[in-house]
Write a protein that binds this ligand. Structure first.
Ligand code: IVH
Length: 686
């Protein structure tokens, strides 16, 4: 073989490998994005993708338009070119009667138009969902996607091919032998979970939020820079046909959708062929029950006369076919006036701002309150008292304020500041706090606040806290609801008489419970601290605090700085403890508990342990070459060091081995020194 032949053979091999990779990647895309059933791990997909990229880089002539590497290729545009639709893109007439009678009206109209009488058989309808996104026409020539256009005015749309190519669910090449020409029409939409993620990212980047998935989808497709569109998580469902050439169009709409699905284009599984008005109403009701559980928003359902020949006979009036109708559901969103914002205190002390609304009928019920989630959400949406707001109620979900209608805001309205308006808990009067990095504001009266009573008592009595056997949630529920117990102190004042009248509580169980309460009077300082239920103070921290301070008085006298001297107590934990102890209601309960005879052995404050690693905190991550985790821990502790479970600014060293994960990343982020096993051995031997 001479050099020329060799080169020829090499590029033939490259060409066939490239073709094979394109097919394989397209099959994986289909499995992942259309069937929702991935066939290979991401890493394998990436490997194939990079191999194809490498071949194409070496042989640019092998780069085809349908190559998966070419999804994001286009340059930013100044504007979208216009596209004239060969078959106009119609819209659908909407039936606003959301009851079964709406379906019956459509069936009656179609029958009348077709000249059918009462004795004629029922008509067959294809029923599907009305997706809430942006209509798109995809033109495939000989199986390859050549153009994607928006609907525009129905006659002329915009050429958004570069952006649509980035939608992974849309195949760049149809499966099997594609017809000469086929235009597949459908809806580009965004899933709700993708929408939430996108908005989170938008917020992180300081960019503006999208109001709803439909706007996000439409905005993404109408982006002039395909690189931006490529980062938007879009999906697609086909629902019809445009122009076709060289293809035998099936006889029914349902078969058309089957054929489109066989081409590898996503078609929603929630569709059916039904008969007559009752069949339509049945589908409407079935989807109503499913609606809130769907991963995407819908705007209703669509009924289409199934037989294409009948569709032809029916024709259309002003852009709306007589053979189709959109049947809506009761609106899930409504407009109303935001009268005031109040707060609700949850079991954990979290304060949730609640909108007090001018009553409005939405989703089938009258809504007067809706959640505003937290201060950040209020700021993000810029909701102010006095605004006209959109309220949304989906199924059983708590109604929420979607956002204000800024155009209707009359003049300047003051911003709402939760901490200014509610410096004290509306339930118990304890002060309200909000950590620097925290979204939620909380009532600090954990031991005292009626809203937190049940939670606080359950925690207080739990096995690793005061260990009061038999005091479970059923009993706590009864004791609190009957106002027998308000704070943990009341437990130590209980008598048999108060208990025997409770449900499922005989003399014997009452005696047992009292004995368990009695027994808990004698405890340890660590358990007692843990039992207080201070935010961010778990069992281990409680133990550290007990060891460090030796007595409750010393702990109660400590300020934030003194608290931070405790190994593993950083500014956030120190702040939680200080806030809890600063609340007079909590101190009162603590004093009352002591007065009620709850006691423990107190010691002197811990002296700093001796050893080379005294006062040093380590975090272990990954697999070390020779030491097991327990061995490494024992060696560190033998030298007076401490091993903590998570990395904070107070960590002195992170010891990282093979396959270290997020702790390593955290250490890098915080600038904590990272050492390996050899480094640890050196410290131990120093
Ligand atoms: S068929 C027959 N089917 O609704 C007329 N449209 O108002 C052609 N839409 O612009 C449309 N789901 O974006 C059809 N299952 C569905 C649909 C659907 C959503 C949208 C489509 C169109 C608008 C019509």
């Amino acid at each position: 073989m001479d050099l020329f032949d060799q080169a020829g053979a090499a590029s033939r091999a490259a060409a066939s490998r490239a073709a094979q990779l394109r097919d394989e990647l397209a099959a994986h895309d289909h499995a992942y994005y259309v069937l929702d059933a991935p066939t290979v791990p991401d890493a394998e997909y990436d490997r194939l993708f990079r191999e194809l990229q490498a071949i194409e880089a070496a042989h640019p002539e092998l780069r085809t338009a349908d190559s998966p590497t070419q999804r994001v290729g286009g340059r930013p545009l100044a504007q979208f070119p216009a596209v004239r639709h060969r078959v106009p893109m119609l819209s659908i007439r909407t039936e606003t009667d959301t009851e079964a009678s709406g379906a019956a009206a459509f069936d009656a109209r179609v029958r009348r138009e077709l000249g059918l009488g009462a004795q004629d058989p029922e008509l067959e309808y294809a029923t599907e969902l009305k997706f809430d996104g942006l209509a798109i026409s995809l033109r495939y020539e000989r199986g390859v996607l050549v153009q994607a256009a928006t609907r525009g005015d129905g006659e002329t749309g915009e050429d958004v091919t570069s952006n649509v190519r980035t939608v992974k669910a849309i195949p760049l090449r149809l499966r099997g032998a594609g017809p000469e020409v086929i235009e597949i029409r459908g809806e580009i939409y965004m899933r709700r979970d993708d929408f939430e993620t996108l908005n989170r990212h938008q917020a992180e980047r300081g960019e503006k939020n999208f109001v709803n998935p439909r706007n996000a989808a439409a905005g993404s497709i109408r982006q002039l820079d395909p690189a931006i569109a490529a980062r938007r998580p879009l999906s697609f469902f086909a629902y019809g046909l445009g122009d076709t050439q060289g293809w035998t169009v099936p006889a029914t709409h349902a078969e058309v959708l089957d054929a489109i699905a066989a081409f590898g284009v996503p078609v929603c599984a929630h569709r059916a062929v039904v008969r007559g008005a009752a069949g339509l109403a049945g589908f409407h009701a079935r989807i109503a029950a499913l609606r809130d559980g769907l991963p995407f928003d819908i705007d209703g359902v669509v009924y289409k006369v199934n037989t294409l020949a009948l569709q032809q006979r029916l024709g259309f009036v002003t852009r709306e076919p007589r053979w189709a109708v959109a049947h809506k559901y009761p609106a899930q969103e409504a407009l109303t006036l935001l009268r005031d914002i109040e707060v609700q205190v949850g079991r954990t002390g979290a304060l949730t701002p609640v909108a007090r609304l001018e009553p409005v009928f939405v989703g089938g019920v009258t809504v007067t309150n809706a959640t505003l989630h937290n201060q950040d959400e209020i700021d993000r949406k810029d909701v102010r008292i006095g605004d006209w707001v959109v309220v949304r109620r989906a199924g059983d979900v708590i109604p929420e304020v979607v956002g204000p209608v800024l155009e209707r805001r009359a003049g300047e309205l003051p911003r709402f500041r939760l901490l200014e308006r509610f410096p004290l808990c509306p339930v118990c009067g304890s002060h309200v706090v909000r950590g620097e990095d925290e979204v939620v504001a909380r009532c600090s009266g954990g031991l005292f606040c009626p809203a937190q009573r049940k939670q606080a008592l359950l925690h207080f009595a739990s096995r690793r806290a005061m260990d009061i056997e038999g005091l479970g949630d059923k009993l706590v529920e009864q004791l609190v609801d009957a106002a027998i117990v308000k704070t943990p102190v009341d437990l130590y004042r209980l008598g048999v008489l108060a208990l025997v009248n409770l449900e499922r509580m005989g003399e014997k169980s009452a005696q047992n419970l009292l004995a368990a309460i009695e027994k808990s009077r004698s405890t340890t300082l660590a358990r007692f601290i843990f039992a207080l239920g201070i935010r961010n103070v778990g069992e281990a921290t409680a133990r550290d605090l007990a060891r460090h301070f030796g007595s409750l008085d010393a702990l109660m006298a400590a300020d934030e700085l003194a608290l931070q001297q405790v190994p593993d107590v950083g500014p956030i934990v120190a702040r939680s403890i200080a806030e809890f102890l600063a609340e007079p209601h909590n101190r009162e309960v603590i004093e009352q508990l002591r007065a009620a005879g709850v006691h423990w052995e107190e010691g002197a404050p811990a002296v700093a342990p001796a050893g080379r690693l005294a006062g040093k905190t380590f975090v272990l991550t990954g697999t070390l070459p020779t030491l097991s985790r327990d061995e490494a821990k024992a060696l560190i502790e033998a030298q007076g060091g401490k091993v903590a479970g998570s990395v904070s600014k107070k960590t002195n060293y992170v010891v990282a081995g093979e396959e270290a994960g997020s702790k390593l990343a955290k250490a890098e982020e915080l600038g904590v020194p990272i050492i390996d096993e050899a480094g640890l051995q050196a410290l131990l031997a120093a």
